[in-house]
Design a protein around this ligand. Structure first.
Ligand code: ADE
Length: 245
């Protein structure tokens, strides 16, 4: 899968895309990351990429011309792939949205900066607007990396364990169960006995219950949309009964 990021600060992206799992994914040819400096498409002498807002008011607005020119130059006109604008006004990014984007062979991501971006970009160039949460960052670079990371993990072959994306928190609509590794005793704090029992059926049931319990405690609204077995429901009912007692 190919990602093209359009930004005024490409140096922010590079170290993260060249580390860890993303680095390995690109070395293995499973993902390709390209970043493009929008400034390179600003045709005036000073390569200006922002200007004062029509109608007055403070702040600067990213100009429409360089953004169109950069995106059209790289992904074509009309664009040959989805063009995503990272903005706090977009639809919320979730694991479900990550899975949806992971089906695409290519994505273009526009990282906005400053107070805003000329709205004609949103109206006439962009196919999707995505927010990574209800807070405002200085720019869309970190949100673009968030999308790239979450999507790359889902690409076949990227993670060593092919079932790993299925086990992640949120993968099945539940938070993940707790993990432990050696030592078995740290400052007197042990590891749940069941994990050292070697009884895989018991371990699996324990993990499922821990997932359910954590979700019930921390993000109960997630339980409304997740598929639950009869056993799961009994377990959650018990938790409710105990809480009321
Ligand atoms: N740009 C600034 N804040 C953002 C957010 N929360 N999500 C996506 N893009 C952004």
């Amino acid at each position: 899968m190919r990602f093209d990021v359009f930004t005024l600060f490409p140096e922010v992206l590079e170290p993260y895309l060249h580390s860890s799992i993303l680095k390995r994914a690109s070395e293995r040819g499973l993902a390709q990351y390209y970043w493009h400096n929008i400034r390179d498409w600003a045709m005036d002498k000073h390569h200006v990429t922002d200007d004062e807002p029509y109608g007055g008011g403070g702040g600067m607005v990213m100009k429409v011309g360089p953004i169109f020119a950069s995106v059209e130059d790289i992904v074509g006109a009309p664009p040959s792939c989805p063009v995503i604008l990272l903005t706090p006004q977009g639809r919320l990014f979730t694991q479900t949205v990550a899975r949806e984007f992971a089906q695409q062979p290519r994505l273009a991501l526009i990282a906005g900066r400053y107070e805003g971006i000329d709205d004609r970009v949103r109206e006439h160039l962009v196919s999707d607007e995505i927010s990574i949460g209800d807070y405002v960052l200085t720019g869309g670079e970190i949100p673009a990396l968030v999308l790239i990371d979450a999507i790359t993990r889902l690409l076949p072959g990227v993670l060593g364990d092919p079932d790993a994306p299925q086990k992640d928190s949120h993968a099945q609509g539940l938070l993940e169960y707790p993990h432990y590794t050696r030592p078995a005793d740290f400052r007197g704090w042990g590891v749940p006995e069941v994990l050292r029992s070697g009884d895989h059926a018991r371990i699996e049931r324990w993990r499922r219950e821990q997932s359910l319990r954590r979700t019930w405690e921390r993000r109960p609204e997630l339980l409304e949309t997740v598929e639950l077995t009869k056993e799961d429901r009994n377990f959650l009912e018990e938790l409710d009964v105990k809480r009321k007692a």
